[in-house]
Design a protein around this ligand. Structure first.
Ligand SMILES: Cc1cc2nc3c(=O)[nH]c(=O)nc-3n(C[C@H](O)[C@H](O)[C@H](O)COP(=O)(O)OP(=O)(O)OC[C@H]3O[C@@H](n4cnc5c(N)ncnc54)[C@H](O)[C@@H]3O)c2cc1C
Length: 530
């Protein structure tokens, strides 16, 4: 869909009068893009970097109600999120996967077992499904052998779901393009354009890939949407210096599965402050997260992307080692790290963890900012936004169309011998591209890269068809092998180079530049702080 030469064609198609222009290619923008195009609007989405470059590739990957929000009495957010979790499990069953959580309760927790059980009962009630319980004493050793048993009162369990966040963004964008929408990456919205009455009617974009030519374009639309997440206030400067966003950093550690072998996810209370932290099994690794800290502006100038601090590493290691003391995890076991910025709409709460996760739509002179919310609630956010702007555009399909499951059909080429489970996994990631992928791929490339679930065939397909402009797009977002393999997948450098050069036509100079840039980024933002 987004093969070589695609972007130039997209650039040439920008000069049209759009019904809706969406700024920001994270999950919020992607969800609106998909829905608006499905409703028959002529819609354009502009992303300044790679798709899912922002928070939407740096979340904890959970599609969840957020049990911890109940602690702060955020019932509405939890209710909506649980409902959305159920909806996503239904419409995207091969990408959004059920996940069992284990919740050990210790004597030192500030919450007793009965309160957790009450919260889980509410959680299940919201999802109209009973899916929680308590392990019998004799089963605890069997299910969680590594768990610290000292001061352990009970072990509960419940259900949520997990998703590849960056892939969810890509799949959502792909649906929008299939509906007739247009997307462009590496195009920076530099300025808003207003008419004489002050209404925002267009944007000035700068092509980030024009290599010294400094290409600009003015584009006009009936309604302009600001879905730039943590950066929402940058564009709002057009009217006001009053900020609405509080950027809260959350960081994660990734360990190889053999260092912290867990089969289910764990919800834990940190011993130092009682905050919830997670341990999540993901593609043969274990992710530990997350922190919740104000992200100072000077940090954004320091490094190209959010990064973990040494204090956060210590905090997460302490949290996990308290509950799994025999494993004794240390810095040297860490495979990689990643950090993202929560685009929280400032509610005045001092404690970051108590800040509301609800989304908000703010209309200013025909310019609509949508921020806050969660990955889990992206469809609901899209529906709210489209409803809110419906007076600005005439919707060709008046009836509200439901976003529904579409099972991609495929015929397995006889040369390929792939299990049904693997086909399901691929269909979740590739949607309607599945058939083209199967027909195009070489059987010998269906081996997995290292311990990940990703095959070499997928890496090649991403390079060829998924809008890759830079190496980090491929290794950190289309696939995650930069996070899941040791040293950012350095040992596969040669093989990746061969694939990229064949599919994208990069010469040796371009390859070397890209590799150097990627390794520098990885060291600065995806590994331990130096
Ligand atoms: C640590 C952490 C863990 C989380 N875990 C979960 C979780 O497990 N489950 C869950 O449901 N939610 C989770 N969330 C919340 C969720 O990830 C975010 O709410 C969501 O990803 C925000 O998406 P977004 O599209 O609004 O912002 P983003 O994903 O940041 O997208 C905004 C995009 O706008 C682009 N942009 C910015 N300025 C411009 C411009 N001028 N021109 C063009 N483009 C521009 C950026 O490049 C970026 O790609 C987590 C968040 C964090 C930080």
């Amino acid at each position: 869909m987004w093969n070589r030469g695609w972007r130039e064609l997209a650039w040439d198609q920008l000069d049209q009068k759009w019904d809706m222009i969406i700024i920001g290619g994270g999950i919020t923008g992607a969800g609106i893009f998909r829905l608006a195009s499905q409703l028959g609007l002529k819609v354009l989405l502009i992303e300044k970097h790679d798709f899912a470059y922002g928070t939407s590739s740096k979340s904890s990957k959970l599609v969840h109600g957020g049990l911890r929000y109940l602690k702060n009495y955020q019932f509405k957010v939890t209710y909506e999120s649980v409902q959305e979790r159920q909806r996503l499990l239904k419409i995207d069953p091969n990408l959004v996967l059920p996940l069992v959580f284990v919740l050990p309760v210790y004597k030192y927790y500030d919450i007793p077992t009965w309160k957790f059980e009450l919260a889980l009962a509410i959680y299940d009630f919201f999802g109209r499904k009973r899916a929680h319980g308590k392990f019998a004493n004799q089963d605890i050793e069997k299910c969680c052998p590594q768990l610290n048993k000292t001061d352990l009162t009970d072990v509960l369990f419940y259900h949520d779901a997990v998703v590849d966040d960056a892939r969810l963004v890509l799949c959502t964008l792909r649906k929008g393009v299939e509906n007739g929408g247009l997307v462009i990456n590496y195009a920076y919205v530099q300025k808003l354009i207003s008419n004489r009455k002050g209404k925002v009617i267009g944007v000035l974009i700068n092509d980030q890939e024009s290599l010294g030519k400094n290409r600009y374009k003015e584009i006009f639309g009936s309604v302009i949407i600001n879905a730039t997440g943590p950066w929402s206030d940058d564009l709002r400067k057009h009217f006001t210096n009053q900020k609405i966003i509080r950027k809260l950093r959350g960081s994660h550690l990734i360990f190889p599965k053999n260092k912290l072998p867990i089969e289910q996810a764990y919800l834990l209370n940190h011993p130092s402050d009682g905050r919830s932290i997670f341990a999540i099994p993901w593609e043969n690794t274990t992710i530990i997260g997350t922190t919740d800290l104000d992200h100072p502006e000077e940090y954004e100038r320091l490094k190209p992307e959010p990064f973990i601090t040494i204090e956060e590493v210590d905090y997460l290691l302490t949290g996990i080692n308290t509950v799994f003391p025999q494993i004794k995890l240390s810095e040297k076991d860490i495979l990689s790290t990643f950090s993202g910025l929560r685009p929280i709409v400032n509610s005045g709460s001092v404690d970051p963890s108590k800040a509301s996760r609800a989304h908000k739509i703010i209309a200013e002179h025909g310019f609509y900012t949508i921020a806050g919310g969660k990955l889990t609630t992206y469809l609901r956010m899209a529906e709210d936004l489209v409803k809110r702007v419906s007076h600005e555009v005439s919707l060709p399909h008046k009836a509200k169309k439901q976003i529904c499951t579409e099972k991609p059909t495929y015929q397995l080429p006889s040369k390929l011998n792939i299990s049904k489970d693997e086909i399901m996994r691929l269909s979740g990631r590739l949607g309607n591209d599945l058939q083209a992928f199967l027909s195009h791929s070489k059987p010998e490339e269906f081996s997995k890269i290292d311990n990940t679930n990703t095959t070499w065939a997928e890496l090649r397909w991403s390079a060829l068809e998924e809008g890759i402009l830079h190496l980090d797009d491929l290794l950190l977002r289309r696939t995650h092998i930069g996070l899941l393999c040791e040293n950012g997948a350095k040992k596969y450098q040669k093989r990746i180079q061969t694939i990229i050069q064949a599919e994208l036509g990069w010469d040796n100079f371009k390859w070397k530049e890209e590799w150097k840039k990627y390794i520098m980024l990885w060291n600065q933002c995806y590994y331990l702080p130096s």
